[in-house]
Write a protein that binds this ligand. Structure first.
Ligand SMILES: NC(=O)c1ccc[n+]([C@@H]2O[C@H](COP(=O)([O-])OP(=O)(O)OC[C@H]3O[C@@H](n4cnc5c(N)ncnc54)[C@H](O)[C@@H]3O)[C@@H](O)[C@H]2O)c1
Length: 354
């Protein structure tokens, strides 16, 4: 297959982890006989520093004209610590999601047998955890207008807004996952307080009527935060709004053992984006210590979701499982013998090359 991938390393650890993702993609391409062209573009703080725009038009054009986007992370403390900055790296991330129409972020949460003992949660609770969170990505409070400050600067406001069509399309997508997995859909909201959540609940109930075989329940987000730790095995497919999904999936990363393990796919109207769920982890930037597995597993999702190449995805997952079994891991997964980011990437690349 002939493919073009837009590569957006971004900020902080972005370039280091993306290097490993590209290495793995090249190894897969050679092993399976695919011809893959990579083209790199700017995003985030790096893009602001170079061209004054966190999601430049050229980056958008490249993404639009590629078969998939492989994205690292954005974010820089110099902007995080300057609340008055007019242009921010996060605007680049939100612009990418909006312009590419990436309305659904798919985040699988599975535990790795070799890491069960390392989870801060009891073994019997995390064993066999296997669920998917669909986080709405282009609506809600991260995009709602108006947003701002009063003239005297003493009041600030954000707007949480959802349109019915936004809820419909992601609930339908979530149901397509449930039907493949054949189990249960949990809609997470705060319908006892928020009007937007009541729209979510009402819309999900209407859609569910078309699927009599569907086992659907609703859970308030505060309860979901607790249940994720107390009984994560109960979940199969979870669908929720933008901010709830952002927070709950970071929490869910604890189940697996590290933020560096959770991949994601952002899918929507144009090109899909494959990205680890974590941020730019600035404390680790340039140190070659960040875990590259979330990125490498995002590459597996790219082969499966964007290119429909399942054997390729399976081999990447197998390589990741083996590196974990061998204890060939970065320092966030304590084995007493940690490896660098690039060593883990090299090990996985070599495994794939056979
Ligand atoms: N999608 C994105 O690009 C994205 C997502 C979240 C945060 N951010 C940005 O990233 C910056 C840092 O934010 P943060 O500290 O809240 O979140 P973060 O995800 O960057 O890091 C939080 C913690 O998770 C762990 N971690 C994250 N990635 C890891 C990896 N690959 N290997 C090992 N451990 C890892 C580290 O302990 C780290 O301290 C901010 O500027 C924020 O805005 C970007």
């Amino acid at each position: 297959m002939k493919l073009k991938i837009a590569v957006l390393p971004g900020d902080g650890i972005g370039p280091e982890i993306i290097d490993q993702g590209v290495k793995v993609t090249k190894a897969i391409a050679e092993r399976f006989g695919h011809e893959i062209e990579f083209e790199e573009a700017l995003v985030g703080a790096t893009a602001i520093d170079k061209v004054g725009d966190p999601f430049p038009e050229e980056t958008f054009e490249l993404c639009k004209n590629s078969d998939a986007v492989l994205f690292g992370a954005i974010g820089d403390p110099k902007y995080d610590n300057d609340p008055k900055a007019k242009v921010r790296p996060e605007q680049g991330l939100l612009a990418m999601r909006k312009k590419l129409g990436l309305y659904a972020n798919v985040r699988p949460v599975t535990t790795f047998p070799s890491l069960i003992d390392k989870s801060p949660i009891k073994k019997e609770l995390v064993e066999n955890v296997d669920f998917v969170v669909l986080r709405e990505l282009t609506g809600g409070i991260y995009f709602g207008e108006p947003q701002g400050r009063s003239e005297d600067g003493k009041t600030a406001y954000d707007t949480n807004m959802y349109h019915k069509y936004e809820v419909e399309r992601i609930v339908k997508l979530a149901i397509s996952y449930v039907l493949k997995r054949n189990k249960k859909l949990t809609v997470v909201d705060k319908a006892n307080v928020l009007a937007t959540s009541r729209l979510w609940r009402e819309t999900a109930q209407e859609i569910a009527k078309e699927y009599p075989e569907l086992n659907m329940d609703f859970m308030f987000v505060d309860n979901a935060a607790m249940q994720l730790i107390q009984n994560p095995g109960q979940f199969d497919v979870m669908v929720t709004e933008n901010m709830f999904g952002d927070i709950l999936t970071d929490e869910a990363s604890v189940i697996t053992g590290s933020m560096g393990l959770l991949p994601s796919a952002s899918i929507g109207l144009l090109t899909s984006v494959f990205e680890p769920i974590h941020g730019s982890y600035p404390q680790a930037a340039g140190k070659n210590i960040a875990n590259p597995l979330a990125t490498i597993l995002s590459v597996a999702m790219m082969f499966e979701y964007a290119f429909d190449l399942h054997e390729e995805g399976k081999l990447i997952r197998e390589a990741v499982d083996k590196s974990l079994e061998e204890g060939y891991v970065t320092e966030d997964l304590p084995t007493g013998n940690s490896r660098s980011t690039s060593e883990v990437g090299d090990w996985i690349e070599k495994y794939i090359r056979g």
